[in-house]
Ligand binder design. Structure first.
Ligand code: IFM
Length: 481
C-alpha cells in the first residue's frame, strides 16, 4: 500500500480510495477434506474428536467443504464485490508432520485458490497460522517448546517460496493470544491443556515464531510483499475507577496486549508482565536474542475486534473468572496472569456469543494503536457477529442485527480514519457460516448462510448490504434509521 492510496475523506461517510473490502475465513473452519491428499491431523482434529470438547461432538472433518467448492465460493465473493479475501493455510495439509518437505498437493490447493481469486480480481491475504498446529508438533511439546517456533519459520519459508509470486499480503499468526491462553491455560481450545506456565512459554514461542516467519518470508518474497500479524487486542476497561479495578485492567492489558505488542513492535517484554507472573515463571525460556528476532519491521498490524473487555478485581470470596477475549464469554476458566481478575459483560445488546455490542471499543483500540505506533498502517482483519439466523419460508435470510453491528463498527472505523488513523481495509468475519471452534456449528458468523445438511450457500441480507458498501465505498444510513 502506498501513501497515495489514502486520501482525505469527503463529508459523507466515504472510505478512502483503495480501501480493501474483504471477508475472512480460516482453514479448519471451512475446508473439510480433513484426511485428503496427504493432510494429517492438527490439534483441532484431535481436540474436536475428543468427547466433550466441542459442542455436540462437531468436528471440522467436512466443515463447509470449501476444499472441494472453492471455485463456487470465489464466484460468490466476486458477486459480493469483495476486493480482498483473507484465508489461512492448513499447516498439516502442506507439511503433514510439521517438518521436512512439503506435500505438493497441499500447495497445489492453495495455488489454485489464489489463482481463482486473482482471476476474479480479488486480492488474497494469506494467514500462515490460524490455530491448527500439526498434531505431531504438539506431541513433541507444542508451542511451549522452542522447536515449534523454529518449525514455524521453516513452514513459512515453504509457503512463501510456493506462493510468494502471487500473494502480496501475508499474516504470520492469527490471534496468538488464543493459541497460548485458550489452548494451554484455560484449555477451552486445542490442545486443551490447563498449565499456566505452558501458556506463557507458548506466548513467547509464538512471538519468536512470528519473528522467524517474518524473516523467512522477507527472504522468500519479492520486496513489494507486505507482511503483518493479526492480533485480537483487548480493549480493556476497568469496571470502576477504584484502584483495584484499574490495577486489574493494567494486568490484563499486559498479559492480553503488551505480551505481543512489546516483543513484536517494541523489541522487549513489558516489565510489569514479568512482575505479574513472577510466581509462575522467571521467563528464563527467553533467550538473549529472542526479542530482537520477534521485533521485525512490519508493513501493517491486523486488528481483530469483537467486543470490549471489562474487568474488575476479584472481590473477597470471589474467584477470578476467565474470559475468552472475545471467544466465548461465559464459563471460561482462569488463564495465566488473569487469575485474580473478574470479567464482566456490560448490560445492553449482546450477540449470540453473549458478547456485548460496543463499537466504541474498536474506535478506542484503533486510536490507541495510532497513538502508540503512528507509522504503522492497520487493517481490520476480523470484525463481525454471530446471531441466530433463520431461513425464511421464501429462502431468504434477514439478519438486521448483523447489519446494525457491521454498520456501527464501520462507522467507528470511518471515524477513526477521519481522526487520522491509517486503516487500509476491513475484513468481515466471516464470509461463510462455519465451524466456530468449541461451539461447533452452533454459532453463525457468516454473511453467507450455509445449510449444514446440503452445504448450500445463501447470501444473507447483510451480504447484500456489504456488497453495496464494497461497490460504493460509502457507508449509508442504517436502513430504518
Ligand atoms: O471464529 C473466530 C476466528 O477463528 C478467530 N477470531 C474470532 C472468530 C469468532 O469467534
Amino acid at each position: 500500500m502506498t501513501a497515495s492510496e489514502t486520501r482525505p475523506l469527503t463529508a459523507t461517510r466515504q472510505f478512502p480510495p483503495g480501501f480493501l473490502w474483504g471477508a475472512a475465513t480460516a482453514a479448519y473452519q471451512i475446508e473439510g477434506a480433513a484426511a485428503e491428499d496427504g493432510r494429517t491431523p492438527s490439534i483441532w482434529d484431535t481436540f474436536s474428536h475428543t468427547p466433550g470438547k466441542v459442542f455436540a461432538g462437531h468436528t471440522g472433518d467436512v466443515a463447509v467443504d470449501h476444499y472441494h467448492r472453492f471455485r463456487d465460493d470465489v464466484r460468490l465473493m466476486k458477486e459480493l464485490g469483495l476486493s480482498a479475501y483473507r484465508f489461512s493455510v492448513s499447516w498439516s495439509r502442506v507439511q503433514p508432520t510439521g517438518r521436512g518437505p512439503a506435500v505438493q498437493k497441499g500447495l497445489d490447493f492453495y495455488r489454485a485458490l489464489v489463482d481463482e481469486l486473482l482471476g476474479a480480481g480479488i486480492r488474497p491475504v494469506l494467514t500462515l497460522y490460524h490455530w491448527d498446529l500439526p498434531q505431531e508438533l504438539e506431541d513433541a511439546g507444542g508451542w511451549p517448546e522452542r522447536s515449534t517456533a523454529e518449525r514455524f519459520g521453516e513452514y513459512a519459508a515453504i509457503v512463501g517460496g510456493a506462493l510468494g509470486d502471487r500473494v502480496e499480503r501475508w499474516t504470520t499468526l492469527n490471534e496468538p493470544w488464543c493459541s497460548a491462553f485458550l489452548g494451554y491455560a484455560s484449555g477451552n481450545h486445542a490442545p486443551g491443556r490447563t498449565d499456566p506456565v505452558a501458556a506463557l512459554r507458548a506466548a513467547h514461542h509464538l512471538n519468536l515464531g512470528h519473528g522467524l516467519a517474518v524473516q523467512a518470508l522477507r527472504a522468500a518474497l519479492p520486496p513489494r510483499a507486505e507482511v503483518g500479524v493479526s492480533l485480537n487486542l483487548h480493549q480493556v476497561r476497568p469496571l470502576t475507577d477504584a484502584p483495584e479495578d484499574l490495577e486489574a485492567a493494567r494486568r490484563i492489558d499486559a498479559v492480553g496486549n503488551r505480551v505481543w505488542l512489546g516483543p513484536m513492535l517494541d523489541g522487549a517484554y513489558p516489565e510489569d508482565l514479568a512482575a505479574d507472573t513472577a510466581r509462575l515463571t522467571d521467563w528464563s525460556f527467553v533467550q538473549p536474542a529472542d526479542t530482537a528476532t520477534a521485533h521485525q519491521p512490519l508493513d501493517y498490524v491486523g486488528i481483530n475486534y469483537y467486543t470490549p473487555t471489562v474487568v474488575s478485581a476479584a472481590a473477597r470470596g470471589e474467584s477470578g473468572g476467565g474470559s475468552d477475549g472475545g471467544h466465548g464469554g461465559g464459563d471460561f476458566s482462569p488463564w495465566a496472569g488473569a487469575e485474580d481478575v473478574v470479567f464482566h459483560q456490560p448490560p445492553g445488546e449482546r450477540t449470540a456469543m453473549g458478547w456485548s455490542v460496543d463499537a466504541s471499543g474498536l474506535y478506542d483500540l484503533l486510536t490507541r494503536m495510532a497513538r502508540d505506533y503512528p507509522e504503522l498502517p492497520l487493517l481490520i482483519t476480523e470484525n463481525g457477529a454471530a446471531f441466530d439466523d433463520e431461513v425464511a419460508p421464501d429462502g431468504t435470510v434477514h439478519d438486521p442485527e448483523r447489519i446494525a453491528y457491521l454498520h456501527s463498527h464501520l462507522d467507528a472505523v470511518h471515524r477513526a480514519v477521519g481522526s487520522g488513523v491509517d486503516v487500509r481495509g476491513y475484513f468481515l468475519w466471516s464470509l461463510l457460516d462455519n465451524f466456530e471452534w468449541a461451539y461447533g456449528y452452533a454459532k453463525r458468523f457468516g454473511a453467507v448462510h450455509v445449510d449444514y445438511d446440503t452445504l448450500a450457500r445463501t447470501p444473507k441480507a447483510s451480504a447484500r448490504w456489504y456488497a453495496d458498501l464494497a461497490r460504493t465505498g460509502v457507508l449509508p444510513e442504517l436502513p430504518g434509521a
